[in-house]
Design a protein around this ligand. Structure first.
Ligand code: AMP
Length: 479
């Protein structure tokens, strides 16, 4: 068995690795660390879960001095989540060497990051956009950088960071060590590598990546409108800790809300979810207070979450590489995992493509799908709108009259990302009501019920139906 010491990793780092519970190096670490510690460039096709952060982390920490004023190493990563995660891991690896590492990313205030830089750090792990800002503000000095890592380089190009990357790299001394990691290989990646590196060691982590070894893959042929029932049937069986992938932000949003309405502990992360919210959701998923994480690819890339029982492709991705990435989130760290993908008839051909790509069979999933009725709209407290006394009535009554008050249902709901305040305004304006005449507001996924207090709800409904909101006709009816 190869040990960390066999790879010439300094003892202080090996000690930290042992403290992190690492017993032996992963294949990427065995292949890349000895050359990397000598200062050679590295061009590696390796995915999350293979130990790539530990690879370049031990090379960086093994080669740069701790306690310098300007950073000596720069790691560029596509997302804030990855930047955070890498920075955390590098700080752990530096437990006995004293290197200081900070993450830098957009979407949060720039000053605290600039302050930390001014105090002096050794390693900066950053997303390209914010890096550029800090260079322009003269808060980030790259003139002493001797090691650059491009982590998930393919994703950085996909996200449109090519120009930022070349700008940033033009500010780093030409004489340096460069390491590029990419999950996929394309012409663009090769070009970037050839541009930035000198005679790199090339490494391909073999197709039967360890990440897939412990994962059993299934497919289910399902029509679009049966996906929800299929999903809840699966989630009800054994209550797995699951990541559910959708191909679009709005689909992820809608699905998470639907699951929540059914009573599942679900959260969502995608590109439009604010940074602090994303971090909160990920933390809750890690600590188990959320069991189901509905995600899109960009948001989930590079997330380091162990003990995921199930990865479910609610939408199959367009690329087989994306598929491999997604299902690499389960079956990690020695635990067994399951991957289930919903295919629609027109996507059937992809099953074979994936089998070829992964070198493993995808089995048909045998289940009986249980139909779930639509969740009832959940009554939400509408504290800022409703006069206290009008809340006592139940809005669920079906005849348009609830304790003498009437209910109107409109064709806008949570899916339209409206707050209750906005709904109240829409109703007040559309039917010329005063605030006291708008009672309890109960938002459902696509529809909202509004209690009309002391006014003829039929007339309100007719007035609303003649109005528009955000360019869309309002359809109202008495319920
Ligand atoms: P990465 O590929 O960098 O995303 O790493 C995936 C996970 O494997 C992280 O949680 C690392 O902390 C962990 N890891 C990296 N190297 C080793 C190792 N040699 N032994 C055990 N765990 C490791």
């Amino acid at each position: 068995m190869t040990t960390f010491t066999d790879l010439n990793i300094p003892q202080d780092i090996v000690r930290a690795m042992n403290g992190m519970g690492w017993e032996e190096p992963t294949p990427v670490q065995v292949a890349a660390i000895p050359e990397g510690l000598k200062g050679g460039d590295l061009f590696a096709q390796a995915q999350t879960g293979t130990g790539k952060t530990g690879t370049y982390g031990s090379i960086i920490i093994g080669r740069i001095k701790a306690g310098m004023r300007s950073p000596s190493a720069l790691v560029l990563a596509p997302t804030r989540e990855l930047a955070n995660q890498v920075s955390e891991e590098l700080n752990k690896l530096s437990a006995y060497t004293g290197h200081r590492c900070i993450p830098i990313y957009g979407g949060v205030g720039v000053e605290p990051q600039a302050n930390k830089l001014r105090k002096g750090v050794d390693i900066v792990v950053a997303t390209p956009g914010r890096t550029r800002d800090l260079i322009d503000r003269k808060d980030l000095d790259l003139s002493k950088i001797s090691i650059v890592v491009l982590d998930e380089a393919d994703r950085m190009l996909d996200m449109g960071f090519a120009r930022d990357l070349s700008y940033i790299l033009s500010k780093v001394p030409r004489k340096r060590q460069t390491m590029l990691f990419s999950a996929t290989m394309s012409e663009d990646i090769r070009e970037l590598a050839m541009d930035q590196m000198v005679n790199p060691q090339e490494l391909l982590v073999s197709r039967d990546e360890p990440v897939l070894d412990l994962t059993t893959q299934y497919f289910l042929m399902v029509e679009r409108n049966a996906k929800n029932d299929a999903l809840t049937t699966i989630l009800d069986d054994g209550q797995p800790k699951a990541i559910v992938f959708c191909n679009a932000k709005h689909r992820a949003d809608r699905l998470a809300k639907k699951l929540q309405a059914y009573g599942y502990k679900a959260g969502t992360i995608h590109g439009n979810v604010a940074q602090n919210k994303r971090e909160k959701v990920i933390k809750e998923f890690k600590d188990g207070s959320i069991r189901i994480l509905v995600a899109t690819d960009v948001a989930a890339r590079g997330l380091d979450i162990d003990a995921v029982d199930l990865v479910l492709n609610y939408d199959v991705p367009n690329e087989t590489d994306t598929y491999v990435h997604r299902i690499g989130r389960t079956g990690r760290a020695g635990a067994e995992g399951t991957a289930i993908s919903f295919f629609m008839e027109e996507e059937r051909k992809m099953i074979r493509d994936i089998e070829v790509r992964t070198g493993k069979p995808i089995h048909p999933l045998e289940i009986t799908i249980v139909h779930r009725p639509e969740p009832e709209p959940r009554p939400h407290a509408a504290a800022h709108i409703v006069p206290r006394d009008s809340r006592r009535s139940s809005s669920r009554a079906g005849n348009g009259k609830a304790n003498g008050r009437n209910l109107v249902e409109i064709n806008f709901g949570m899916i339209d990302k409206l707050t209750k305040g906005e709904i109240a305004n829409m109703v007040k304006r559309g039917a010329n009501l005063n605030p006291r005449e708008v009672g309890l507001i109960t938002m459902g996924e696509r529809r909202t019920r509004i209690e009309i207090v002391g006014k003829d709800a039929k007339k309100v409904s007719a007035d609303l139906s003649a109005s528009t909101y955000r360019g869309r006709p309002v359809e109202a009816r008495l319920v």
